[in-house]
Design a protein around this ligand. Structure first.
Ligand code: ADP
Length: 483
């Protein structure tokens, strides 16, 4: 068995349906965003195969849901252990298809595995309730039962963690799942399916289908056996799925776009704020939905912050994620590069100044130099749209209330960050900012033990924490009359 090693050790070029590795003779190729080289191919499946996967999952779920939670937990914990053992190979594969630096890929695999550990434990704590009866003869109980087969659709920016954050609680709750991963990063998903199979997940319970997103999505939405859609991706596609789910009233969990504000108040520890800003902004080359997208810096410290931030950004090294020492890998595709350029051009055209970067990078067409913009003002596209690239726009503000108002001037509300020391200011900002997640004096907020999710158009539901399990459970109220 391959315990350590290269991406090829865990790469599979077939889909996993009803416990079998399948293909249909039609293929989609997958490339390495750093080099453009084709690294493999995946089947282009459609509705019939998706339907088969859903049926297999519904069938397998019957036995799975009936097992005691601790029996399910043993298997989830085995998946976590196998992922940790194969971390090197999985990380290499992830970097090859997604582009992020190897150290970040390793971190993602550990984070992804942690959900199996956590939800394996939480499965045992899906407590019901006994409610004092409302009449002398009544005894009232609440059971928690699995919602049913879950259809999951995931993006390319976290090819492992966005899957396991759904799969682990679904399996823990007793649900089955059919997953459509991003066609840009399918190999990590298929490798996880291989590991789940090896760990003893019953045949058919977890399926991975690749192919045309709209066709597979249509089967997910129309098949009555699918009781829940769990999606991470763009707000546009989330809206389509929400509309589609309306016809059969399927439950929804949506993790959509963000537009995270990062506020630095004038009493902040500036060095810590710069460190947090770099971590939040430039991780995964700026391609996370919780990346700081717009920076609001109080006027008294604005110039000092710009200077320190510029020094830190200039130290970031651009390169192939597979090379040790790379901080900023490629963007996922050239469309992503064009969006960063468009935001810079729009801002520069409206009076912002480029402090650093502003151009593509010599490593190839999908690389972009880490960029810092100053004198950014309301009305520039970069403050309104999620850039999803290595670009930090710095806005100056005077009064605290202005910063909070500007932070809230967005249809999104996933993550927000701020740096301050005064306790009253900290509470005012924490309570006033409209966001599902707030990092206070830190740029790193993700953990399996805390609820992750957004308000406003950033989504519905929470992933991770004990609340993440409830997303896959239904309440059943029993009313017993005692003679
Ligand atoms: P991103 O901008 O992050 O690529 P998308 O929302 O386009 O975000 O993609 C996220 C996931 O949604 C991917 O797996 C993609 O294939 C899938 N997807 C895109 N369009 C549809 C659709 N019409 N129906 C179902 N899934 C879709």
């Amino acid at each position: 068995k391959n315990v350590v090693g290269k991406g090829n050790d865990v790469k599979r070029e077939q889909c996993f349906i009803a416990g079998n590795w399948v293909s249909n003779g039609e293929w989609v190729s997958v490339d390495n965003p750093a080099t453009g080289a084709i690294i493999g191919r995946i089947p282009s499946l459609g509705r019939p195969e998706t339907r088969k996967a859903i049926e297999a999952s519904a069938q397998a779920m019957q036995d799975w849901a009936a097992r005691p939670a601790n029996a399910r937990a043993v298997i989830l914990q085995r998946i976590a252990s196998l992922m940790e053992q194969r971390s090197d190979a999985l990380a290499a594969l992830l970097t090859e298809e997604q582009g992020k630096p190897l150290a970040e890929a390793r971190g993602e695999i550990a984070y992804a595995a942690s959900f199996f550990q956590w939800f394996g434990e939480e499965a045992k704590r899906a407590y019901g309730e006994v409610i004092p009866g409302h009449m002398a003869d009544k005894r009232l109980f609440v059971l928690k039962q699995p919602v049913g087969v879950v259809a999951a659709i995931t993006p390319w920016n976290f090819p492992a963690a966005m899957i396991t954050r759904k799969l682990a609680p679904a399996l823990a709750a007793g649900c089955g799942m059919v997953l459509k991963p991003s066609e840009l990063t399918p190999f990590t998903a298929l490798a996880i399916a291989g590991i789940a199979d090896e760990a003893g997940v019953p045949k058919g319970l977890f399926n991975v289908v690749t192919g045309d997103a709209a066709e597979i999505g249509a089967e997910f939405l129309e098949n009555p056996a699918v009781r829940k859609i769990s999606f991470t991706g763009s707000t546009a596609v989330g809206r389509l799925l929400m509309q589609g789910a309306a016809s059969s009233i399927k439950k929804l969990s949506l993790e959509l776009g963000g537009n995270a504000p990062f506020i630095v108040f004038d009493d902040a520890d500036l060095d810590a704020a710069v460190e947090g800003a770099i971590q939040s902004k430039y991780r995964n080359a700026g391609q996370t939905c919780v990346c700081a997208n717009r920076f609001y810096i109080q006027s008294g410290i604005y110039d000092a912050f710009v200077e320190k931030m510029a020094a830190a950004v200039s130290r970031l090294r651009v390169g192939n994620g597979a090379d040790p020492g790379t901080d900023i890998g490629p963007l996922i595709d050239e469309r992503a590069v064009a969006k960063v350029k468009r935001h810079i051009d729009d801002a520069a055209g409206k009076g912002a100044r480029i402090v650093l970067g502003g151009t593509g990078a010599p490593q190839g067409p999908r690389f972009f130099t880490p960029t810092l913009l100053r004198d950014v003002k309301p009305g520039m596209d970069v403050l309104r749209e999620e850039t999803f690239g290595p670009l930090a726009p710095l806005v100056k503000f005077d009064a605290d209330a202005d910063a909070i108002a500007m932070a809230n001037d967005s249809e999104f509300g996933l993550a927000a960050y701020f740096y301050a020391r005064d306790i009253n200011r900290i509470w005012r900002a924490a309570e006033g900012i409209e966001s599902g997640i707030i990092g206070i004096n830190t740029g790193l907020i993700s953990t399996e033990v805390a609820p992750f999710g957004g308000v406003k158009q950033s989504g519905i539901g929470r992933e991770g924490s004990r609340h993440g399990l409830d997303e896959y459970l239904e309440l059943k109220y029993l009313c017993l009359s005692v003679a």
